[in-house]
Structure formats: C-alpha cells, structure tokens
Design a protein around this ligand. Structure first.
Ligand SMILES: [Zn+2]
Length: 362
C-alpha cells in the first residue's frame, strides 16, 4: 500500500470505516447475498457493537472471531436448536442442540450468539437462549473440625473418612474454592466453576496440619482454617504459628475464631468487640496480612455480634446454621454444611450435591 493511502487511512479512520462499511454492504446487496458475513467482518475489526440488554457492552475486539473474551452462561429454550457455521440464517446447519442445554456465550453478532460446538466456533439464534445470572448459584460451605478418630465425638471425623471424601470430590469434578473466592463471587467480582465447594475447619487443631494438609496437597485443594488465636503456640493440641505460615503460603486461608473460643451470645457487646478485634489482630501479626473472615464459636451470634464482626472489619462470617449459602444470605451470617461427623458417604454425597439435602434427612 502506498504511503499516501496509508496516511489517509491513519488520519481518517472513522471516515474509512464508514466508507468500507457502505462498500461492503453495497457489494453484498448487489450480489444478492446476505449481509451478515460482511457486517461481521466490519464488526469484528472496528465497530463497537450495540450489546444485548443482558450482555455487558461488547467491544468489537472482544468478539474477534478467533479470540472472544466476553462470556455469559445461557440455557437453550428451543426443542431442537439449529447450530450454524456463521452468524446468519443463511449459514449452513452443522448440528442441533437439545432444549435445556447449558451453553457458554462468547459474544453476540447480529442476532446470534457465538459458541463453541464440537470444538469449533459456531452460532445459535439469540431468541432461543435464556441468559442465566452467573451469580445466582448456591455454594456448599463444608464445616469440619478435628480430623481424627474419637468415639462418639461429633466434631471429630476420622482421617480415613476425610480421605475418602476428598477423593470423591476430586474424582467427581468438584473445585475447592477459598472463602475469598466465595466473597468475590457474592460481590459479583468473579465467577466460579460448576461444582464449587468451600472446605472450612474450625478451631485450628494440630491434626489439620499433620493429617489433613497432606491430603489437600495431594489433590491441590484449597481450604480455610478458623483458629482460636490464644491457642496458637500455647496449646499443644492446636496449630503453631509456623504451621499457619506454611499453610497460608500454600494457599490455605487462615481466619479468625475469637481469642478464647468465647460464645459471643454470652458476652456484652464490648467484650464481643474485644475478642473479634483482638483475634483478627493476632492472626494478622502472625501472617503479616489482612484477615477478612470470621467463624462464630458454637455458631453463636446475635444482633450485636453481627454488628461487631462488621465493625471489626470482617467482610464475611460463617455460622453453624445448616444449609448451602446463597445470594439471599447475609454474608455476615452464612450457613454451612456440617460434615464434622459425617462418616457415611451417602450423606456426604447428598450434602455436596443437593442444596436441599436437609429435606432428605441425610
Ligand atoms: Zn469452634
């Protein structure tokens, strides 16, 4: 291309685009064909596309046909939805999708969503897809305590059972996420993979390091441990600061569970504030980082406890109320799924797969 033309194109980008669009559209019309391919070409390179109301505004470069970065989840609503090779009704049909199929939408061109189908970039009509709010899912936050055998003790789960549970999660495609991931999800900053689950451990028993930690490492799993700050380095049954630092480095989150495992509902508001603030400071000092999450000892909370947890600077807190968390929960009193003594795999499977596990009596 000559320098003059190059300079002209550089200095008159918008004008060139408009001209190019008219030329392509005109040629296409003259040839009697559909305009969709030509439009897609122009769109793909230059123009900001007016987005569908449910999609975030999609800039042209984001729907570059080979490199899409904007995605949303949808579900198909037509009984046999035609999948096409291009974004237009005249493109060839390359397959069909059953009603209720989950699809990842990678952008929108004309009235078509771009998808991956059979490993290739394909298109389906927008009118046959219902957008799913990616932040509407409920997540099971599992609550463990001590990983050891102790007859009749409801907070102790034997290591052999714990291993079996973790293997099940791995073999069945579960993703262990941290509470930070969950918080980002609830505040719509980050989406989560299907089958996300949070592993939490209350109290900070030494066996969390000796027995549980190697299992997590084996599967590359993440978890959160809520420690009683005055027990660290003081009580031989509980974790040391060295162990906490090592696990924190690996990616296990260490969070607060008061100073002395006080039941907050038995304390005055001043005392509540004192223990939730001090335990936060204690752990922050050990790990040299900000602590954001809290677990209520005995699951005990009341109005003032929630207020002080917030005032102390925690952004999320968990209880022992039973159930999966959901977007309808107050993030300062999230329910959890108790697994402490859940030795039967039937019960475990139900708890991690069914938000209504309680109704099954499992
Ligand atoms: Zn506890």
């Amino acid at each position: 291309m000559s320098k003059i033309i190059k300079d002209f194109l550089k200095n008159h980008k918008v004008l060139t685009l408009i001209l190019a669009s008219f030329i392509i559209l005109g040629l296409s019309k003259l040839m009697g064909g559909s305009t969709s391919e030509a439009e897609a070409t122009v769109i793909g390179r230059n123009v900001v596309v007016k987005s569908a109301s449910t999609l975030p505004e999609v800039k042209a470069e984001n729907i570059n046909l080979s490199n899409s970065v904007v995605t949303q989840q949808g579900v198909t609503t037509a009984s046999s939805l035609t999948v096409r090779s291009g974004a237009g009704a005249n493109y060839s049909c390359v397959g069909s999708m059953k009603k209720g199929t989950n699809v990842t939408l990678q952008g929108k061109i004309n009235n078509f969503y771009k998808i991956t189908y059979g490993g290739k970039t394909r298109y389906i009509g927008v009118q046959y897809v219902k957008i799913i709010d990616p932040y509407s899912r409920s997540i099971p936050v599992l609550a463990y305590h001590s990983i050891t055998y102790s007859k009749g003790n409801s907070i102790c789960l034997p290591l052999v059972n714990f291993k079996e549970q973790m293997k099940y999660l791995k073999d069945n495609g579960y993703h262990t996420i941290t509470l930070s991931d969950l918080y980002k999800y609830r505040t719509r900053q980050k989406t989560l993979p299907e089958k996300s689950v949070v592993l939490t451990f209350d109290d900070g028993y030494k066996n969390n390091y000796i027995d549980m930690f190697p299992v997590l490492k084996k599967y590359n799993f993440k978890a959160t441990i809520f420690v009683i700050s005055s027990f660290v380095d003081k009580n031989s049954k509980f974790l040391t600061s060295k162990q906490l630092v090592e696990m924190d480095k690996y990616g296990i989150e260490i969070d607060a569970h008061t100073v002395k495992h006080e039941n907050l509902i038995t304390l005055s508001k001043d005392k509540q504030l004192q223990t939730v603030t001090q335990s936060k400071k204690d752990i922050e000092k050990i790990l040299n980082k900000k602590i954001n999450f809290f677990s209520y000892p005995y699951g005990g909370y009341n109005k003032s406890a929630i207020e002080v947890v917030k005032k102390a600077g925690y952004t999320m807190a968990v209880t022992t109320d039973a159930g999966w968390e959901s977007k309808n929960n107050n993030v300062l009193i999230l329910p959890r799924v108790d697994i402490s003594s859940s030795r039967y795999m039937n019960s475990f499977k139900s708890r991690v797969s069914n938000p209504n596990y309680k109704s099954l009596g499992l």
